[in-house]
Design a binder for this molecule. Structure first.
Ligand SMILES: [Zn+2]
Length: 429
């Protein structure tokens, strides 16, 4: 009645509303699930999570949260609800239509936020903003645009290769004009001269664009962290982690995305045909990666390599103690995989992020801590905020959810037992 009166009053005044009001969908109440909220708090049984529009309106036990009248009830009794996964280290330099396809595949795997860490052409940058505006169904995606790499991470990569501080500043300004979300620096050999690095970092600060950096040695870590960079991909592997390095990282509030999945994928999928054969995995690979994984000779070569056991041990030795020491000390560790990287074709979108969480547990983190690393903490890394608008199941946060058939706190491998995924309040089909 009230609406009718309002409309007649407006017509009477000749002030028709500019737009028809958007039909408001009924709220969704997800009931009965065990909730792992992403904050690291103990799981909550018999919950009610109310979603309205693209937000979580309420989340709590059934005793505390009522199912709103008219809500669509999704009975999740016996299931496990966690925030959607966040991957802070991917790449997706593909034609626009293909990007949309891979994004959807990644979303179906429960990755509801991703960050593309360089190698994105200027013309694709607006697509990333569209994923956040809900223009099409995709993970909330961020881009570092082209990035800075002396030799290019692969032939033909669209990275900047400035040779002087002035060039470096001009390149950062062009990234600003593209409205990228981050600036990426690869501290790989050959390295940029220190004055070029300093100019990139300084101009990034002037333009208000956060820097993210690929770092695998302690000297490069210090070089950038001393200039105020905090957001690191990979971890130093040139020397074992020391209490001094942990203290340094803690004092400067550094964060790390160790990015193990791309190393492990060199053998993991060959060793796990049950995962390789999942149709969802096929959709999440580039054609060349798919071909590589289907190639019997390649598989034979990968699995029969005389140094395979050694390479596996080296990966663990160079990363697990680092992860354990940093996370025990309260240094933020987040999930990143290098999924979609041109140079690591066999690191798929989606599943790789699950493997990363699983390996954080293998490294010694508890399942709850690893889930926080893959949700709230990864969101904190991306947003540079302690209270990001996504990454946890709490009232007011984005309704990006992953519903599981089995408990990931009992066995972290259960994160791939996906029942349903919700992105911005919509179930993903
Ligand atoms: Zn990368």
């Amino acid at each position: 009645m009230r609406r009718i009166i309002l409309v007649s009053a407006l017509s009477f005044l000749g002030a028709a509303p500019a737009q028809a009001p958007r039909p408001t969908a009924a709220p969704i109440a997800i009931t009965g699930a065990r909730v792992i909220d992403g904050t690291g708090s103990p799981p909550m049984n018999d919950s009610v999570v109310v979603v309205e529009g693209d937000r979580i309106r309420a989340a709590g036990t059934r005793a505390r949260v009522a199912v709103p009248r008219g809500a669509t009830v999704a009975d999740a009794t016996g299931k496990f609800l966690m925030p959607g996964l966040v991957d802070v280290h991917c790449h997706i330099n593909q034609p626009a239509e293909d990007m949309k396809r891979y994004w959807l595949a990644q979303l179906r795997w429960g990755v509801t936020t991703m960050r593309s860490a360089g190698n994105d052409k200027p013309e694709t940058v607006p697509l990333f903003r569209q994923t956040r505006d809900g223009a099409f169904l995709a993970p909330r995606s961020y881009t570092a645009g082209q990035g800075f790499n002396v030799s290019g991470p692969y032939p033909g990569a669209p990275t900047f290769r400035p040779t002087s501080p002035a060039d470096a500043r001009a390149n950062v300004q062009s990234l600003k004009a593209q409205r990228v979300d981050f600036i990426k620096i690869w501290m790989t050999n050959p390295m940029f001269p220190p004055e070029v690095i300093a100019a990139i970092v300084d101009e990034g600060k002037k333009q208000g664009i956060p820097i993210i950096a690929h770092v695998t040695d302690v000297a490069s870590l210090h070089q950038l962290a001393d200039q105020g960079v905090t957001d690191f991909l990979h971890n130093p592997i040139d020397q074992p982690v020391t209490p001094e390095l942990v203290a340094y990282a803690k004092a400067r509030k550094l964060t790390f995305a160790p990015t193990l999945a791309n190393i492990e994928s060199r053998w993991f999928y060959y060793e796990h045909p049950e995962i390789l054969n999942m149709p969802m995995l096929q959709d999440a690979l580039y054609p060349r990666g798919k071909q590589m994984l289907a190639d019997a000779a390649r598989k034979e070569q990968a699995l029969a390599a005389p140094d395979l056991a050694q390479r596996k041990a080296r990966m663990r030795e160079q990363t697990y103690p680092f992860i354990k020491a940093m996370s025990d000390a309260g240094v933020r560790v987040a999930t990143g995989t290098d999924c979609g990287a041109e140079a690591s074709q066999i690191t798929p979108f989606g599943h790789a992020t699950h493997r990363e969480v699983q390996m954080l547990v293998e490294a010694g983190m508890s399942p709850l801590a690893a889930i926080r690393a893959a949700t709230l903490d990864a969101a904190r890394v991306i947003t540079h905020s302690e209270d990001p608008e996504y990454g946890s199941i709490q009232a007011g946060k984005a309704a990006d959810l992953l519903l599981l058939d089995a408990d990931p706190t009992v066995d972290i491998n259960n994160t791939i037992k996906i029942s349903k995924v919700m992105r911005a309040g919509r179930w993903v089909q």
